[in-house]
Design a protein around this ligand. Structure first.
Ligand code: ADP
Ligand code: MG
Length: 255
């Protein structure tokens, strides 16, 4: 699925919201949205999904403009992992993942088959399926959230800080698995993070936001070698000590 934003904006009293953005993302590409807290990353994702109505501009998915009439239909083609994972606490892992398939009355055998495929893909231990979210580790919850988002085989995947609350070791495992998943599935992905090393590791393209505005987009080398504004260099250097300490065994993806 391709994604296009034409002049999409949202303002909030007292906040930055999102200033008008023009953007095009090709299919099977992973874009990582990064920037300080409050810069508008989650708001932008919600506008792409049609959960927030932009003040101006339009969102186009595969060339079709998102409207209040088609939002529900189009949303079925989009997988979304909310910032805290969003698993329902009163449902088991299995029930969480199968929620939409059951609601849409999809074939039970097919859904079960899909569930098994996704367990393999996300490396979820089978015992996690019959537990409630409170009985699961952070990593298992994130894997389940990802499985739920992938259940209906979406064309576009929106992930809002999918590794937000994980400890570094589990985070690194999940980052490696996630990169493998993106490469295997060849989906269009927009992922939010505030971690620069993660953005370089997972993104074909990085979109750096600041105060509701896209400051620079490009690959890791574009940002490092040709920062467009002082803010870009400041943002990169603020992450430097962390990157050196927690450095990757694999080098960042550079295209
Ligand atoms: P991020 O995900 O980058 O941390 P958000 O998209 O959540 O940022 O928020 C962007 C800005 O919009 C922030 O300044 C925030 O305070 C403001 N904002 C977001 N949602 C609302 C809301 N429902 N009401 C008022 N202000 C909001
Ligand atoms: Mg956010």
């Amino acid at each position: 699925m391709t994604l296009e934003l034409r002049g999409v904006s949202k303002s909030y009293p007292g906040g930055y919201g999102v200033k008008p953005i023009d953007y095009y993302l090709d299919r099977a590409t992973t874009a990582v949205l990064i920037g300080p807290s409050g810069c508008g990353k989650s708001t932008l994702l919600r506008m792409i999904l049609g959960l927030i109505q932009p003040d101006s501009g339009s969102v186009f998915l595969d060339g079709e403009e998102l409207t209040s009439e088609n939002a529900l239909r189009i949303r079925k083609k989009v997988g979304y992992v909310v910032q805290d994972g969003g698993l329902f606490p009163h449902l088991t892992g299995r029930e969480n993942v199968l929620l939409m398939s059951r609601y849409l009355k999809r074939d039970v055998c097919q859904s079960e088959k899909r569930l098994m495929e996704l367990m393999e893909l996300t490396k979820l231990p089978p015992c996690a399926l019959d537990r409630y979210p409170a009985q699961l580790s952070g990593g298992q919850k994130q894997r389940l959230s990802l499985m739920r988002a992938l259940m209906l085989n979406p064309d576009l995947l929106l992930l809002d800080e999918p590794m937000g609350a994980l400890d570094p070791m589990i985070r690194m495992d999940l980052q490696k698995d996630l990169r493998q998943i993106f490469r295997t599935l060849k989906k269009t992905v927009i992922m939010v993070t505030h971690d620069l090393a993660e953005a370089f590791f997972l993104g074909d393209e990085i979109i750096l936001m600041h105060e509701g505005r896209v400051v620079q987009r490009g690959c890791a080398t574009d940002l490092c070698d040709a920062p467009k504004e002082d803010f870009v260099s400041q943002f990169l250097s603020a992450h430097q000590p962390l990157d050196l300490k927690g450095g990757w065994s694999e080098s960042p993806v550079v295209h």
